[in-house]
Design a protein around this ligand. Structure first.
Ligand SMILES: Nc1nc2c(ncn2[C@@H]2O[C@H](COP(=O)(O)OP(=O)(O)OP(=O)(O)O)[C@@H](O)[C@H]2O)c(=O)[nH]1
Length: 595
């Protein structure tokens, strides 16, 4: 809070100082004011009071301009404008434009002066508040009128200057009156000019004010007197004014006054004085020209330094922009590198994953192939083993013939579904063979000899049967022969052949020849049990067994073959064993025997 308070009080002090300086300036331009103006400028800058800073720059510019320091003045005005523009203070901006226009007029650069006045006019009409616009418009018109005067457009100058009607009397009113008088004089209207110059208010205010105005007033008055033919008054007034100009830089006024004096003296016939003032006039003109040339030079210098300053600024700006761009590029490079790095890592990860996955798949595939191979090998091996096992389980180890298991596993497939039809050829003969008194062989020659007998019988059976016949080792010394597609007579032939082969075979046991015979019973399948039902193959085997039993009981080395049943069997097949013979004899069972 205290800092804010101290700031605002400091600002107030500076504002007061500015007002004081501005007022002093209205009285007269004084070079001694410059140090104070500079202090004001520095302190405003430190305080950050930009408006005060701009105003102090304008003030200094005006003082320097008044004393012909156009170079610095130009720079100061420009600086003031640069600070004022962003502050949006149109009044201040107008004041700066008007000061700049005056400067351009002093330098006789009327086109620039006009442009600056136009800018001032635009701001006054569009942006300046109404209460302040009136006074500013008066100021503008004074300078616009003065510009017309300088350019020789006197009537236009008069119109402009007459338009500037100010409500209350101010110094500006007097300045306008003076300009108007000069315009009238320029077109020879000295009475109107004299009237304006004669106004007490104008006279007093102007004479009280600064030296330049005083000189201008007297110059105008002297001109009016000259035009009116009051040569003595003209000389008197002009001399007073000329005295005022000594030691000043008002060369224009000085030369004009000398010209008036020369003219007035000439009119009065004092040619010596006239000549003297004419010489002085010529000298003043020379000095004036020199001054103007000098001013132009200074102005060029100022413009050059301004341009250089601007160029430096633009170079700096460009440099800044370049650095900013470089920074952005650098940042972008870092970002890109970052991105590339991330991409690289991701890519690597992806490659590792893909390679890993590929390897895993390849490994799995290989493992699967190996596994499949192993499984196939094992399966094959198992199948082989199973086959061997099956073969083993189906084979009788002593004789090499198929055993009962084998028979049971194949017989159902062998029994033809349409075997019950009438064709005799389609009969399947189930035939049971048993070695006679085999126990005796064992008992007499030993078990091994018995084995040899069994093996030999198996060989005989194989030789006596067809490929399609089944030869099974049915039990200890018992064999089953199944002969498909065979008639009863063909069966008789077959069993007879077997019986005979066994009987005739020269068995040698322990180097001793022995006689071996066998008994056989057989029955056909299908076998009708009465008109309606057919016996099963199991029952047929039992009937064959009955036949074998009968052959053993009644004869041995013989066969009994059942052909058909005339009547259905009432009792069980097993019981038939006892009365098989009586059934044959009674004609219930039709059978053939070898004895
Ligand atoms: N060597 C040998 N003997 C066996 C084998 N299987 C069974 N035998 C014997 O065969 C004999 C069968 O005798 P039995 O059933 O009394 O009949 P059999 O002596 O042939 O008299 P019938 O059949 O009435 O003519 C027994 O002595 C059994 O030991 C075998 O594989 N090898």
């Amino acid at each position: 809070n205290t800092s804010i308070e101290s700031n605002s009080s400091q600002r107030e002090d500076l504002s007061k100082m500015l007002m004081h300086l501005t007022d002093s300036l209205k009285e007269d331009y004084d070079l001694n004011l410059l140090p104070q103006v500079r202090v004001l400028r520095e302190q405003s800058k430190q305080l950050g009071a930009k408006d005060l800073q701009a105003r102090s720059l304008l003030l200094e510019g005006l003082i320097r301009q008044h004393f012909g320091d156009y170079k610095h003045s130009l720079v100061l005005h420009n600086d003031a404008l640069n600070i004022a523009k962003p502050l949006n203070l149109p009044t201040l901006e107008v004041q700066i434009y008007l000061a700049m226009a005056q400067l351009e007029m002093d330098l006789e650069r009327f086109r620039y002066a006009q442009q600056l006045l136009d800018q001032a006019y635009f701001l006054i009409t569009k942006q300046v508040a109404a209460d302040k616009a009136h006074a500013l418009m008066g100021e503008y018109m004074l300078w616009q009128g003065s510009l017309y005067l300088l350019k020789g457009s006197y009537r236009q100058a008069l119109v402009t200057l007459n338009d500037a009607t100010l409500a209350e009397y101010t110094l500006l009113t007097s300045k306008l009156a003076l300009a108007r008088a000069w315009a009238h004089l320029s077109i020879g209207e000295y009475q109107k000019a004299s009237k304006l110059l004669g106004s007490d208010l104008v006279k007093q205010s102007v004479l009280k004010r600064n030296l330049h105005l005083r000189v201008r007033y007297k110059l105008t008055s002297a001109t009016a007197a000259l035009q009116a033919g009051n040569f003595a008054t003209a000389i008197d007034t002009a001399k007073q004014a000329l005295n005022d100009t000594f030691g000043t830089r008002f060369l224009t006024e000085q030369s004009l006054l000398q010209n008036i004096l020369a003219g007035a003296h000439a009119q009065l016939g004092d040619f010596e004085q006239a000549h003297l003032y004419l010489k002085r006039f010529a000298l003043s003109q020379q000095a004036l020209n020199l001054q103007k040339r000098n001013n132009k030079l200074l102005q060029l210098e100022a413009q050059y330094s301004l341009a250089a300053q601007k160029q430096q600024l633009s170079v700096l700006e460009k440099d800044n922009a370049l650095q900013a761009q470089q920074l952005i590029q650098h940042q972008q490079q870092i970002d890109n590198a970052h991105l590339a790095q991330q991409r690289g890592v991701l890519g690597l990860l992806l490659i590792v994953l893909v390679v890993g996955f590929g390897y895993w798949r390849w490994h799995n595939k290989r493992y699967l192939i190996t596994l499949k191979q192993q499984v196939a090998e094992r399966t094959e091996e198992l199948a082989e083993r199973n086959k061997r096992l099956q073969a083993l389980s189906f084979t009788d180890s002593l004789t090499g013939l198929n055993n009962r298991h084998y028979f049971f596993s194949v017989i159902d497939a062998q029994i033809k579904p349409d075997a019950s039809t009438n064709s005799e050829k389609q009969e399947m003969i189930f035939c049971l063979l048993d070695i006679d008194h085999f126990k005796k062989v064992n008992d007499t020659y030993g078990h091994a000899a018995g084995d040899i007998v069994l093996q030999t019988i198996a060989d005989i059976l194989k030789q006596c049967t067809r490929e399609s016949d089944l030869v099974i080792r049915w039990g200890g010394e018992e064999f089953l022969i199944v002969m498909p597609n065979m008639t009863h007579n063909e069966a008789i032939e077959a069993v007879e052949r077997v019986r005979r082969q066994v009987e005739c075979f020269p068995f040698v046991v322990n180097e001793q020849p022995i006689q071996v015979t066998c008994s056989i019973g057989f029955a056909p399948y299908p076998l009708m049990n009465g008109a309606k039902s057919t016996l099963s193959w199991e029952q047929v085997i039992e009937l064959a067994d009955n036949g074998l039993y009968m052959a053993k009981k009644e004869h041995r080395n013989a066969w009994v073959g059942l052909q058909s049943l005339n009547q259905p069997l009432n009792s069980s097949i097993k019981q038939l064993n006892e009365d098989y013979r009586s059934l044959i004899n009674s004609g219930q069972v039709i059978a053939s025997t070898s004895y």
